[in-house]
Design a binder for this molecule. Sequence first.
Ligand code: NAP
Length: 320
Amino acid sequence: MALQMTDGMKETLHYRLVILGSGPAGLTAAIYVSRAQLKPLLIEGAEPGGQLMITTTVENFPGFPEGINGPKLMMNMREQAENFGTVFLRDQVEAVDLSKRPFLLRLGEETVSADALIIATGASANWLGLASEKKLRGYGVSACATCDGFFFKNQEVVVVGGGDSALEDAVYLTRFAAKVTVIHRRDQLRASRYLQEKSFKSDKIQFIWDSVVMEILGTEEEGVKAVKIQNRKTGEISEYPANGVFIAIGHTPNTQIFKGQLDMDGKGYILTKCKTTETSVPGVFAAGDVQDSVYRQAISAAGTGCMAALDAERFLAKME
Ligand code: NAP
């Protein structure tokens, strides 16, 4: 969405560098650039801390042999960035104009300008879009198996989707649940062969093919009881008992406000130039899940956050 400057809206703040997003990518970029004395502004966005704030133990972030709690990891990163002089703003950017220099960002009534921008706005989980799914979110419906799997000890759960996320969730959920059923809308999985084999081998995992979830049955008081599903080939509608429903149908990058201003792929992920974090607009850099539909790991997000910081520093040095 291109920013329209309207009457009464005045430019209030200028920063040499603004970082959008406060997940591992944004915070790592902030640590690097603030340590280089650039005093960046970091605008935290709609979900401060990003996806790790809804994760329990992170076991694969190097440096923590016992694992580390997701929110704790993010608090540590934030503190580190703050110690070096990052200015934090708990707000959300509504519109941007990347066609002018400095770049303009609108937050409510205020406008921030920046000579360089690091976009680390991440990606959000997709939902089926059912009213019952929305109503029961947090009451048995989740998009995060690692966060909520623990609550389904010895119960029966359903995972919706047929990609790597769905099967990874299904395998993870076997640690807790008595039975895990993957409901997929086709009869072929998109997931890697490795995860397929692992799932097929598990005694606890079973599949319902060619089927879509039409409704999730349950109440906020008693949780989920069943899912109403329809077989896409036969049209048959049935109810399948479940205590929990995990939606794993992919993610959407948070790039709506940059549409038409930056080059993106068909799914809306920001395209970066080979081996850099440079976008199609000089001075605008992208890091983390917003430009990565493949790896989507905290450590790879942090790595690209570091790259974006170094790219932005070089850009600003050249500007001088
Ligand atoms: P994905 O590969 O896009 O798969 C999404 C799945 O959800 C597909 O099977 C799709 O069905 C299904 N789906 C989409 N919309 C649906 C809807 N409205 N109703 C029902 N089903 C729907 O997404 P992902 O699994 O999140 O993976 C994203 C990327 O991250 C991939 O590149 C993946 O390899 C990577 N990843 C890797 C790992 C790992 O290596 N350990 C783990 C997680 C993710 P169709 O197949 O019919 O389209």
